[in-house]
Design a binder for this molecule. Structure first.
Ligand code: BTN
Length: 258
């Protein structure tokens, strides 16, 4: 692990301090370590590069210099049954923050941020943590967005599926102000949830969604299901209508558009 470069502060009830590193294995792993060993909470970690960044299902996450690779550690006062809404809220917060830089995105349930014109992946979210039946002990929200990166910095096979804000707009974005926008938006979302207004989050998410009403497959526990993505439940699960008319909801899974 490289040395701490600097510490900055954030004017948010959600996150107070942001730790900046040059290179880490994974910001999520370091954040987890700090929560468990140092009992820290409400902080963020940014690293310029990651050597062992990971995404959903443990996939290696390429993290070249210029991207926003960060993790937020927090303890929100939310009902654990609402956990499925967290990736949705995070993806929405990223989409809204990027919109303020005139970058238009679509959201692919539960955690993908795609560029709206070609559906290429701009970023993703991974939510980890410790949740009991009664409360959420801690959450680590990992956010990876291809910001000031060139496609040539990624491996050849990945290049056809992804893009970056630099490739789209040819302009540089300061990473920390972008992260502050995401955090502020997340904070508003958590406040909505605390007031029982999660319906607003779902309604807003649907304006950015690119899968509802479309034919998809979801692979869950190694079984592939095919059907129409009908809706989201109030807990953020996706409802799939199978060909025989039955409806099944999924809390997670690997989703592909047909
Ligand atoms: C996905 O599979 O789409 C989620 C990718 C999440 C990647 C980010 S980068 C910062 C943080 N640290 C990690 O190791 N992963 C997340």
């Amino acid at each position: 692990m490289s040395d701490l470069l600097k510490k900055t502060y954030c004017d948010s009830a959600l996150i107070s301090t942001i730790y900046h590193y040059l290179e880490l294995g994974s910001t999520n792993n370091i954040a987890k370590q700090m929560v468990l060993q140092d009992k820290e909470q409400n902080f963020g970690i940014i690293s310029k590069t990651q050597t062992a960044g990971y995404g959903q299902r443990g996939h290696f996450w390429e993290s070249p210099s210029g991207g926003l690779w960060c993790s937020l550690a927090l303890k929100p006062e939310i009902n654990p049954r609402r956990m499925g809404l967290i990736p949705i809220l995070c993806a929405l917060s990223v989409a809204k923050a990027l919109k303020s830089y005139h970058i238009s995105t679509r959201l692919k349930w539960p955690n993908d941020i795609l560029h709206s014109t070609d559906n290429k992946k701009l970023g993703g979210i991974i939510v980890e943590g410790k949740v009991s039946r009664k409360d959420v002990e801690y959450l680590i929200i990992g956010i990876g967005i291809n910001i000031n990166t060139y496609l040539k910095q990624y491996s050849l096979p990945l290049r056809k599926d992804i893009t970056s804000t630099l490739e789209i707009t040819k302009t540089h974005i300061e990473l920390e102000p972008l992260l502050h926008k995401i955090i502020n938006s997340l904070e508003r979302g958590f406040n909505n949830m605390a007031r029982g207004e999660e319906g607003d989050i779902l309604l807003e998410w649907k304006k950015w969604d690119n899968i509802l009403g479309r034919k998809i497959t979801i692979t869950s526990n190694n079984i592939e299901f095919e059907g129409i993505a009908k809706d989201l439940t109030k807990y953020g699960q996706i409802i799939l209508e199978l060909d025989d008319g039955r409806e099944i909801s999924f809390a997670s899974g690997n989703l592909s558009l047909l």
